[in-house]
Design a protein around this ligand. Structure first.
Ligand SMILES: Nc1ncnc2c1ncn2[C@@H]1O[C@H](COP(=O)(O)OP(=O)(O)OP(=O)(O)O)[C@@H](O)[C@H]1O
Ligand SMILES: [Mg+2]
Length: 219
């Protein structure tokens, strides 16, 4: 399980101008490590993460996921089985309960109901949410709790590459540390590749490797 950037560039082509948001970056991310990507607003972090998530293809260079370029993957399948993304605003389904949110990727995969419920309960426990949360709706949870549900959903999905774009952007310091601890443990105890885009120096400090972007390049 690995993700490698090979001289990756991405340009947004507008009617009047082209913005080269990512400009020739290379890097081999290793499993079992937690990475932070930092850099000023507009430096290209979200664009790079979206390319790694397979939401779009590089305009130059390539990204290898488990050795295969994203251009050759069935990218829906890649996003379902290999790479999952955690967002600042949690992206939970508001009308589904906590358990239904966590189970969602399992239901998509066609996992039998009983097995899916058991796995959903297990991962909900791993992010330290009690059993009576299963039937609650996201809107009735705190930001940190919602982010933990999002992480539980990622855990249920079983992807080994976890990308997070400002996952603690809306959280206070204590809750941030809790969420980062969970992400770190996914790298260190489960062998996942965890890549966190962050503005928060405290989050970067807890990562194994810090990469800084400026104008679409590594500094
Ligand atoms: N959809 C788009 N169309 C055109 N240009 C875009 C688009 N999205 C981003 N850009 C430009 O690409 C560059 C990189 O943007 P990106 O969102 O990747 O930055 P970022 O590092 O994530 O910033 P932030 O820290 O504010 O989230 C910026 O100059 C931005 O204006
Ligand atoms: Mg961004």
């Amino acid at each position: 399980m690995s993700i490698s950037l090979k001289n990756v560039s991405y340009s947004y082509k507008g009617k009047f101008q082209t913005v080269k948001a990512v400009n020739g970056v290379s890097y081999d991310f290793e499993a079992g490590k937690c990475y932070a990507i930092i850099g000023k607003s507009g430096s290209g972090k979200t664009t790079l993460l979206s390319l790694m998530a397979g939401l779009d293809l590089p305009t130059e260079g390539e990204i290898l996921v488990n050795g295969k370029p994203t251009a050759e993957w069935n990218r829906n399948q890649m996003r379902r089985d290999e790479v999952s993304v955690i967002y600042q605003n949690y992206n939970l389904f508001p009308l589904l309960t906590v358990q239904e949110n966590i189970r969602y990727p399992l239901d998509l995969k066609g996992m039998p109901r009983k097995e899916a419920v058991a796995l959903a309960k297990e991962v909900r426990g791993r992010v330290e949410l009690p059993e009576n949360y299963d039937k609650r709706l996201p809107a009735h949870l705190s930001g940190g709790e919602q982010q933990r549900v999002a992480i539980a959903r990622t855990l249920a999905q079983g992807c080994k590459i976890i990308l997070a774009d400002e996952p603690t952007g809306n959280l206070d310091t204590a809750t941030t540390m809790n969420v980062v601890e969970i992400l770190r443990s996914l790298a260190h105890n489960d062998g996942c590749t965890v890549i966190i885009v962050t503005h928060d120096p405290a989050v970067a400090e807890l990562s194994d490797v810090v990469l800084q972007m400026r104008d679409g390049k590594w500094v």
